[in-house]
Design a protein around this ligand. Structure first.
Ligand code: FNR
Length: 192
């Protein structure tokens, strides 16, 4: 379809019970409601090696190539990430580092891409440093990072037993932000 909007969605945490995987799942549902075609990238399943230029020079790893392809296919990127020590979790940063390399599938997978960053944490600060650092990294790669709209502090109590957000206002906010994101991706960004 000519007006199809493809979004790649990735959680910055690997563990199965991750709060950010839960948040990502809810955001994906909203993306689909807004008409987007979503590809979820699972960093645990990808099992990327730690970035090492010796590995890259020997042969671009197949999981890194798959990651790059998935990102290149998408017009927008949604990331739900925890914060580790006031910054981006290493696994997520490692994935960005691999995908940013010119080797492997040709193309710059972050350039001219709208990126929506969100995060959940049991802590009080709502992943604000991780989000800020991630936006900086994305912008450095030529992406357009939206401002910090979705940050869920005290998230260990934020989801009910079905994995739904308990707070109606937070749920409505997430739906609104995701719908606006899809609208913005559909509209497109100016090419610099
Ligand atoms: C954390 N955590 C954490 N939380 C936070 O709000 N700010 C921080 O700087 C950190 N730092 C940090 C470092 C490391 C190494 C770990 C493992 C954890 C706590 C973190 O938010 C919590 O474990 C989340 O539940 C992790 O996200 P997922 O796995 O639930 O998505």
């Amino acid at each position: 379809m000519a007006d199809e909007v493809r979004i790649a969605a990735v959680a910055g945490a690997l563990r199965a019970a991750s709060l950010n995987r839960k948040l990502l799942g809810l955001a994906v549902r909203e993306l689909e409601k807004a008409g987007a075609v979503v590809e979820v990238i699972d960093l645990k399943a990808l099992a990327l090696p730690i970035y090492d230029q010796d590995i890259e020079d020997a042969a671009f790893p197949e999981p890194a190539a798959r990651l790059k392809q998935s990102l290149l296919r998408a017009q927008g990127l949604l990331i739900a990430t925890p914060e580790y020590n006031g910054s981006i979790p290493g696994g997520l940063k490692n994935a960005i580092d691999w995908a940013s390399r010119p080797k492997g599938p040709p193309g710059a997978p972050f350039r001219d891409k709208l990126v929506l960053v969100m995060g959940a944490t049991p802590g009080p600060a709502g992943t604000r440093y991780a989000q800020a650092h991630l936006r900086q990294s994305m912008v450095n790669l030529g992406a357009w990072a939206l401002p910090g709209f979705v940050a869920i502090p005290h998230a260990d109590g934020a989801f009910d037993e079905r994995g739904e957000l308990r707070d109606d206002a937070v749920r409505a906010h997430l739906a609104k932000v995701v719908a606006l994101f899809v609208q913005a991706v559909r509209h497109g960004v100016p090419k610099i």
